[in-house]
Write a protein that binds this ligand. Sequence first.
Ligand code: SAH
Ligand code: SF4
Ligand code: F3S
Length: 441
Amino acid sequence: MSAPQKLPATFHVKSFGCQMNVYDGERMAELLAEEGLTAVDADAADLVVLNTCHIRERATEKVYSDIGRVRKNGRRQGRDPLIAVAGCVAQAQGEEIVARAQVDIVVGPQAYHNLPQLVRRAAAGEAALDTDLLSLTKFGTLPARRRTGPSAFLTVQEGCDKFCTYCVVPYTRGAEVSRSFAAVVDEARALIDAGAREITLLGQNVNAWDSDGKGLHDLIRALDRLPGLARLRYTTSHPNGMTQGLIDAHRDVETLMPFLHLPVQAGSDRVLKAMNRSHTRDSYRRLIDRVRLARPDIALSGDFIVGFPGETEAEFAETMRLVDDIGYAQAFSFKYSPRPGTPAATLPGQVEAAVMDDRLQRLQAVLNREQHAFNVAAVGRTCPVLIERRGKLPSQMLGKSPWLQSVHLLTDAAIGDLVEVELVRADPNSLAGVERLRRAA
Ligand code: SAH
Ligand code: SF4
Ligand code: F3S
């Protein structure tokens, strides 16, 4: 703990992990700005907030090296910045972080509305730890949204009751809760007023959102009618929450983009059962068939874990076969990482690192091929691209296609414009486009 010091005048928030952490990081920055602090680079900040991720061991260990780096950089300049650890590591290891790294503030993902108060306590040299898991409380006290880029995140649901046996999220984010319909619509309106053209609805299980008997598809249909909004997306979904209503929304709702991130994790029913996924390989495949029936051009994305305890070569081959059957437009794949306190961490048959490396390489080779094939198949299509930022070359701009592909093009369009673009070439990580028509912003 640092000696008593002045209240900080400047801050920097650095977020790791999933999109919800990005959202939380934005909200913390808004909160600190409302308190009169100025956002600056990490090296110049009086208060550095590390918004952390606990999902895999490497993510967690990174926190400790980051804390060391912030402190060392500060000392080199003769400064002693306050360090706050927020996010999922704060929730899971609050006391341990204080003991091991002597940070000034620890604040969990459901408690960060108390950050200003914690900063004052820390500046006075007092203990400042808040890891209460009171769901939804924070939303009521956060400042209204005033700043955003053209593509904005909006958390509508948090927490998880699924308890997949490998996963820490139910412990770090708490139980599944949904924000009210009115709260979400209000925040969406504020974001649109602030310049958002696209909104991505976020939740650990976003398709479990419900409020007063309404489901995610009702929310999507309501948001679709908001003037000024051009695109809607949502992530992350669980196969159990893909209702027919939501699938139908993909067929009917024009602003709902043809993209679905629907993690399956593994292709073997035995492994899926040991993971407590509550779906089978075939139920997942049938679900994908129904989604494709509703929206044939939909881009599918997934998450995969290789080397879950006890996974045999034959079981891994079933994952490879499933990937081959589905044909993903993009995906995230990980080596299993045993997490403290989760049931899978103590299962027998932990898979050797070298075996996991080999399986991950083989899986990623197929997934990369599929992604490239999807992008190549898009060449020749003309589609709207939402311009999000400047590229490296003069008059080059970068944006996203409806299928969430990165597209680069030469244009004098501005950030936030929707440009009609012909996709002309598939590069390894993006598509080259040529402008055909500008839509009024
Ligand atoms: N709620 C979401 C995402 C949770 S975390 C969902 O259920 O889809 C994002 C991804 O991290 C998971 O989908 C999973 O593939 C991966 N993951 C979670 N725990 C992990 C672990 N212990 N080891 C390796 N990967 C993990
Ligand atoms: Fe973790 Fe499973 Fe919940 Fe996703 S559904 S957050 S993987 S426990
Ligand atoms: Fe990481 Fe927490 Fe998100 S563990 S993936 S930051 S919910």
